[in-house]
Write a protein that binds this ligand. Structure first.
Ligand code: SF4
Length: 86
């Protein structure tokens, strides 16, 4: 499964990071992003400090064992802006 966030709809409340801190994080712009960058798609490596692209360009593989947390985050997201692709 893969996940991305539409930052145009993100409210910046941080609920996604509370639910799945290994997958989502906030930047100084007040918006939230997927940690694993599209450039690392398919690798096991998580976020290494580089900003992830916004929107669908930031689509990334969900790390093993975190599918349920990401699904919960998407269900709880008030902006309805976390998109999961199977
Ligand atoms: S839960 Fe949704 S609206 Fe809230 S910060 Fe995360 S992506 Fe943005």
């Amino acid at each position: 499964m893969k996940v991305w966030i539409d930052q145009d709809l993100c409210t910046g409340d941080g609920l996604c990071e509370e639910i799945a801190p290994d997958v989502f994080f906030g930047l100084d712009d007040g918006l939230f992003y997927v940690k694993e960058s599209a450039g690392k798609f398919g690798e096991e490596k998580l976020f290494d400090g580089e900003a992830n692209p916004a929107g669908a360009e930031g689509t990334a593989r969900i790390p093993d064992g975190l599918d349920e947390a990401v699904i919960e985050a998407a269900e709880e997201c008030p902006g309805e802006c976390i998109f999961i692709e199977v």
